[in-house]
Design a protein. Structure first.
Length: 547
């Protein structure tokens, strides 16, 4: 994009200010376009820039997810050209070649297309990620499937056979496409007569591809080879790992296979290990809760527990604590199952139950390693809980997770493990219960009056509400209405008064009353505050915080 022109357009449309433009120009990298700099610095979103360009230049936006791309257009332009210029051919209309770009002001691309194809190019705008995803879909995926002898009816893209082994390339493309779409997990499910590929995006599974069942075993074997698993064993579940790079970012894949009556199901968990650090301030806590947590982790000893179901972000929260505590003058040791993110300066231990290296046994050894801070992946049993409490009482800061539905139910769970109330009271610094909910897409969400049921829920929780935001769906969010996720937190610092109640084994209702009196915000109330703020919807909150 011409720097002056895109800057002038965004100023004219009041997307950015003069000060923000100067900041972007000062921070612009040599190989970066101004629009990319603005997005990286979070001064403007990609959709805001595309909307401003549409208003100013008349270049219309297009949703690639719903666009039926013509084979003739694909054949006119090479994959290399599309990747180099980040464009996607759409269709041929008479003498015109329609194409999508995220840089409609780059007229040199249009000129190259005219000379290359003989057609008159006509640009449409689309988000960069959508363009890259479609290049994978219409070039790489289809080329690979054709090489495998699969006649794919969905796209019907018959392109020359790739030099790489087709199955190797197919698996790589499934991984690459998942990363482009911000997936956290990939599911490969064998069904009758077909195999479906599903990505979990923002906590929701979405079918992205159907493949013939003939290639299922080959695909599973390729994944097993990459993960150093036994390809001859198909009757037992297996676990493995793959480390790979996509777009210069490193990813760790946790692989799990499960034998079913139709074949082996594969789930791949995608973990970004490229060096992105999670900080406490990035978790989305309110000021009061963030201050409480920082006070908890600043203590030299005690136990801090993070509770919630699987997939609620507990591990990310613990890693954010470790990131803040990681200094050369402290010895931090973790015991995890599995080690999800490798952190420099921290001694991380992987549980191996087959050699009897359990949480409890690892903890005993760790205590002989002169640690200051210990992180335990999960408290699952009485033995691990007791050793953790002893560690905290002998001057160690202990961080761990536990599977409970709320902060107060964590107390009940630990007491059910036969932990003495006085030991629990003296060792516990605080409990954080959390959930993840999808965030509303900022581009298409709209305001509406709350219905009677919504008004009643807010009134019952002492919150006044005048408007609520609804999910709609647009190209920016792949017509889901949501993009990204945010945390809901229930933070319970153990004060002197609460410590006395816990040590006296008081009724949980009495402990809850005192916690609310001291300002604890329950999960449901935290969710309702997020709805009132326009961050998410009541439907999302009730999925995770409805007692």
């Amino acid at each position: 994009m011409a720097l002056k022109r895109i800057g002038d357009i965004l100023l004219k449309e009041k997307i950015i200010t003069d000060t923000q433009l100067e900041r972007a120009l000062d921070n612009k990298k040599d190989d970066e376009k101004l629009g990319e700099t603005l997005i990286r610095l979070k001064i403007a979103t990609e959709m805001q820039i595309l909307k401003a360009l549409e208003t100013s230049t008349g270049v219309k936006r297009v949703s690639l997810h719903n666009y039926e791309i013509q084979q003739i257009a694909i054949n006119l332009i090479t994959e290399d050209f599309c990747r180099r210029h980040e464009i996607n051919p759409l269709k041929v209309e008479g003498t015109k070649l329609l194409y999508a770009t995220n840089d409609p002001l780059d007229f040199s691309v249009g000129e190259e297309l005219r000379m290359l194809t003989g057609y008159q190019p006509k640009a449409y705008s689309a988000p960069k990620n959508d363009i890259l995803t479609q290049i994978e879909k219409y070039y790489s995926f289809s080329k690979t499937l054709e090489a495998l002898g699969v006649n794919e009816e969905i796209d019907k893209n018959v392109i020359e056979m790739a030099e790489e082994t087709p199955m190797v390339k197919l698996v790589n493309q499934i991984l690459t496409s998942a990363v482009f779409q911000r997936a956290s997990d990939i599911h490969i499910d064998p069904l009758d007569g077909k195999t479906i590929i599903r990505y979990r995006i923002d906590g929701v599974l979405d079918t992205v591809r159907e493949l013939p069942s003939d290639i299922h075993k080959q695909m599973v074997n390729r994944i097993k080879v990459m993960a150093q698993m036994d390809i001859t064993e198909t009757r037992l579940p297996q676990d493995g790992r793959i480390q790979t790079s996509v777009q210069n970012k490193k990813f760790d894949l946790r692989i799990s296979t499960l034998p079913t009556v139709r074949g082996e199901k594969v789930v791949m968990r995608i973990l970004d290990i490229s060096g992105t650090k999670i900080s406490i301030s990035s978790l989305g806590l309110n000021q009061k809760d963030e201050k409480s947590i920082r006070k908890m982790i600043a203590k030299p000893n005690g136990i801090i527990l993070v509770s919630g179901p699987t997939g609620s972000g507990k591990t990310s929260t613990l890693y954010s604590f470790l990131h803040e505590l990681n200094n050369p003058d402290v010895n931090i040791v973790t015991v995890e199952d599995p080690v999800e993110i490798k952190m420099t300066g921290i001694n991380q231990v992987q549980v191996h139950s087959e050699v009897n290296l359990t949480f409890a046994n690892a903890l005993r050894s760790i205590l002989r390693q002169d640690p200051n801070i210990i992180m335990i992946g999960e408290i699952r049993d009485k033995e691990t809980a007791e050793i953790s409490i002893r560690a905290s009482l002998t001057g160690h800061l202990v961080l761990s997770t536990i599977h409970t539905n709320s902060a107060l139910k964590t107390l009940t769970r630990l007491l059910d493990m036969e932990i003495e109330p006085y030991l629990l009271a003296s060792s516990l610094s605080g409990i954080i219960s959390q959930r993840l909910v999808r965030k509303l897409c900022p581009e298409c969400s709209y305001e509406e009056n709350p219905n009677d049921n919504e008004k009643e829920i807010f009134e019952n929780n002492g919150i006044e509400i005048k408007k609520v935001k609804r999910a709609k769906g647009c190209p920016a969010c792949n017509f889901k209405g949501y993009t990204g996720r945010m945390g809901l937190f229930e933070v319970l610092p153990v004060t002197k008064d609460l410590e006395n109640l816990i040590s006296q084994n008081a009724q949980i209702s009495v402990v809850e009353e005192q916690a609310l009196k001291e300002g604890m915000i329950p999960l449901l109330k935290a969710g309702l505050a997020a709805v009132k703020n326009g961050d998410t919807t009541l439907e999302e909150v009730l999925k995770v915080a409805n007692e």
